[in-house]
Design a protein around this ligand. Structure first.
Ligand SMILES: C[S@@+](CC[C@H](N)C(=O)[O-])C[C@H]1O[C@@H](n2cnc3c(N)ncnc32)[C@H](O)[C@@H]1O
Length: 172
């Protein structure tokens, strides 16, 4: 797959390239993250969300294609003794037998090249989620519309806990 932005370069130039975590995520984490919860951060980048939830006691798996972003994240995790495991992988190829309480897709799905691949990642995320677990998506308004449409059609059991033009948070 080809990636339009060179995230390795972007992350080398700025240790907080994506800025602070979104308020909507912070509010959700404060309310819902508990000690030892398992969190999968797909397209975690430098880990602005992964670090936040790990500081709250969660055990995090972060997946990304950017080795630079993951190295920076590993350095912080080691220094602060956070339970974060990182995996270099394309989300389309990523597979796991683990199941998670929370899966994060923060501003990443729109970068996945085709609609079919984006839907594959969404479908995998539902599969990897424990019962009552959450998928948290932040994306462009146009993509949010198509993700909502896809999930409502194919996963009618999901409950919508936050649903607006920029965010889709669902519970299994
Ligand atoms: C806008 S950044 C967001 C990073 C992080 N989720 C955050 O909110 O700080 C997008 C991230 O997705 C990663 N990415 C893009 N396409 C990917 C793919 N197909 N597989 C894995 N990671 C991908 C990039 O390397 C980059 O780190």
């Amino acid at each position: 797959m080809s990636y339009t932005v060179d995230y390795d370069k972007f992350y080398k130039e700025d240790l907080a390239a994506c800025g602070k975590p979104f308020k909507e995520f912070e509010i959700f984490f404060k309310k819902n993250i508990q000690e030892a919860m398992s969190v999968l951060d797909l397209g975690c980048g430098q880990g602005r969300d992964a670090i936040l939830v790990a500081k709250m006691g969660a055990h995090v798996v972060g997946v990304d294609v950017s080795t630079v972003g993951l190295k920076q994240l590993n350095r912080i995790a080691k220094k602060e003794k956070l339970k974060i495991e990182t995996i270099v992988s394309d989300l389309v190829d990523f597979k796991t037998r683990k199941r998670f309480d929370v899966i994060i897709l923060d501003r990443v799905l729109h970068i996945v090249a085709t609609e079919h691949e984006r839907e594959q990642v969404l479908e995998k995320s539902v599969t990897y989620l424990r019962k009552s677990g959450y998928i948290l998506i932040a994306d462009t308004p146009l993509n949010i519309i198509s993700f909502r449409k896809y999930l409502k059609k194919n996963n009618s059991q999901l409950k919508y806990v936050l649903d607006n033009k920029n965010y889709l948070f669902v519970q299994k």
